[in-house]
Design a binder for this molecule. Sequence first.
Ligand SMILES: Nc1ncnc2c1ncn2[C@@H]1O[C@H](COP(=O)(O)OP(=O)(O)O)[C@@H](O)[C@H]1O
Ligand SMILES: Cc1cn([C@H]2C[C@H](O)[C@@H](COP(=O)(O)O)O2)c(=O)[nH]c1=O
Ligand SMILES: [Zn+2]
Length: 209
Amino acid sequence: MFIEPRVGNGRHAARRGWIEVVVGSMFSGKTEELIRRLNRAKIARQRVEIFKPGLDKRYHELDVVSHNATSIRSTPVTFPNEMLLPASSCDVVGIDEAQFFDESLVEVCNQLADHGVRVIVAGLDMDYLGKPFGPMPALMAVAEYVTKVHAVCVCCGDIATYSFRKAASAEQILLGETDSYEARCRHCFLEGQQEKAADTHAAAEAVKH
Ligand SMILES: Nc1ncnc2c1ncn2[C@@H]1O[C@H](COP(=O)(O)OP(=O)(O)O)[C@@H](O)[C@H]1O
Ligand SMILES: Cc1cn([C@H]2C[C@H](O)[C@@H](COP(=O)(O)O)O2)c(=O)[nH]c1=O
Ligand SMILES: [Zn+2]
């Protein structure tokens, strides 16, 4: 369990910022962990602001919502620099689904932390192919604290670090839930990818004949 170096700043403490990153596959508890940290900051009477990418409207237009239905009010933004003004008067900034933002998110998070804000970022470290997703690798590099959370593999019950896509799309961005994705361990992810490749090959052969 992540314990904050300081929850509040204390009346006399110097205002110091830093970056925390919470990563993992889908269903690994990133959003629950983000909400937990933000709620504790609120209890410490910190001024908290939460952002998410405007395109993520799966559950709710404004709320950040976990797969377990815990939620917190947020502001949807399209570009990371839209966070700078509202975040400037905050103690803590939370950002969910950070993988959907462009690389400029790294500079925005650095600027906020440099100006004394505690920045907590949650996002997918890998896409459905197992490749690094958007600004997440760079954010992990500049963060003071990185927490990797794990889901449970739906095939074998081991710890899951991959988001296996069941749907046929080859676009990097495809919003979805259990309808389109499964949490899988390395072994079951590889097996699934090989089955997909074999199916594609068989379909191509069928078209030829
Ligand atoms: N395969 C799974 N492994 C672990 N938790 C799962 C799984 N499928 C559904 N869940 C649920 O998802 C919750 C985590 O949701 P959430 O915080 O939204 O994850 P994330 O933001 O990482 O996708 C868990 O508490 C659990 O109730
Ligand atoms: C792997 C992967 C996921 N997505 C989408 C699917 C969901 O809408 C979000 C992830 O949400 P979660 O809170 O982490 O469960 O991202 C995608 O667009 N592309 C991918 O490769
Ligand atoms: Zn498995």
